[in-house]
Ligand binder design. Structure first.
Ligand code: ADP
Ligand code: MG
Length: 310
């Protein structure tokens, strides 16, 4: 079986500006594949080039084994796609918009369409232009999903969605996978990819950094923890905990980086009177800076989990 998506040294320059450079991807049928990278890394460029919405500068892409520049129409018939940014017809309501796209597909299963509308809690009577970003995004997701395509290409699908709607979306991704469909999902949020995907490709500054199973992300994942104590700050005790680094204290606040399980920090903190406990996921930019430093250090994808530094 050919890969569902395959790119070979896919390269796109915007004039003298870097878009993407030598991107080699292989997405297999039935997997949920994450495409992780900070803003500006080249996720949208890769997707648009692979779908022949823009032409590559060099290299090529095949979807379902079909070269996308040769026959984009037959590819687009079989996919559901949500672009990173899109506008639709302002004056149509959400319901009219969904009906319009369903007709373009030659009709869809009405019951399934309604199920999606319910699960995303869409009000189909509102005009598109009146919708918030998150509600527009929900319409976009139903357009991508409603004809049950065999391949979903989702460019930052959760951006603008509130956390509960994100959960509905993750459930739909799991269902698509259970149905044997393939999902390609881009994101700049590490925990989201970790939660939803089987394998991940990481892109940074236009080049693939790594292709791995999601377990490989565990080394990258960490938390930024901030504890506000009522009294004295017990710095030394926290410095000694497993996974804790970069500890700093100012006034009554202790900051640290925690990699791996957070339990030791929570246990230690529970012995003190705390005014606040904040744990946040750092941005991917921060994570990459900590892991790879600035600029160079590009790595090509070899086999699974392989890293080859240049
Ligand atoms: N139409 C364009 N013209 C010029 N540069 C572009 C254009 N689209 C994207 N770029 C540049 O290509 C790089 C990758 O962008 P993009 O693929 O949108 O990244 P991502 O989707 O990961 O945020 C960025 O440096 C961006 O500025
Ligand atoms: Mg993008």
């Amino acid at each position: 079986m050919p890969a569902v998506i395959q790119t070979e040294k896919l390269t796109k320059s915007y004039g003298s500006h870097r878009g993407i450079i030598d991107v080699d991807l292989e997405v297999q049928g039935g997997e949920v594949f994450g495409f992780l990278g900070p803003n500006g890394a080249g996720k949208t460029t890769t997707i648009r080039t692979a779908l022949d919405l823009i032409r590559p500068t060099s290299g090529r892409a095949l979807v379902f084994g079909i070269e996308s520049s040769a026959d984009p129409v037959s590819i687009h018939k079989r996919i559901g796609y949500i672009p990173g940014e899109f506008t639709l017809y302002d004056r149509l309501t959400g319901g009219q918009t969904l009906a319009y796209f369903a007709n373009l597909r030659g009709g869809v299963d009405k019951a399934y369409q309604q199920l999606l509308i319910d699960r995303f809690e869409i009000d189909p009577s509102r005009r598109f232009k009146e919708l918030s970003k998150g509600n527009k995004q929900k319409i976009g997701l139903v357009i991508a999903l409603q004809h049950r395509p065999e391949l979903l290409i989702l460019d930052e699908p959760t951006s603008g969605l509130d956390p509960l709607v994100q959960q509905s979306f993750y459930a739909l991704v799991r269902e698509a996978k259970a149905d044997g469909r393939t999902v390609f999902l881009s994101s700049h949020i590490l925990s989201e990819v970790e939660r939803t995907c089987d394998r991940v490709a990481i892109i940074r500054e236009g080049r693939l950094v790594k292709v791995d199973s999601v377990e490989g992300l565990r080394d990258l994942a960490h938390h930024q923890v901030e504890l506000r104590f009522a009294g004295e700050v017990p710095t030394a005790e926290f410095e000694a905990l497993p996974g804790v680094s970069e500890v700093s204290a100012t006034d009554h606040v202790l900051r640290m980086r925690v990699s791996g399980p957070i339990t030791p920090v929570v246990r230690a903190a529970s012995r003190y009177e705390l005014l606040d406990f904040v744990s946040r996921e750092p941005s991917l930019e921060e994570t990459f800076l900590a892991q790879y430093g600035h600029g160079e250090g590009h790595v090509h994808a070899g086999g699974a989990g392989e890293e080859v530094r240049e």
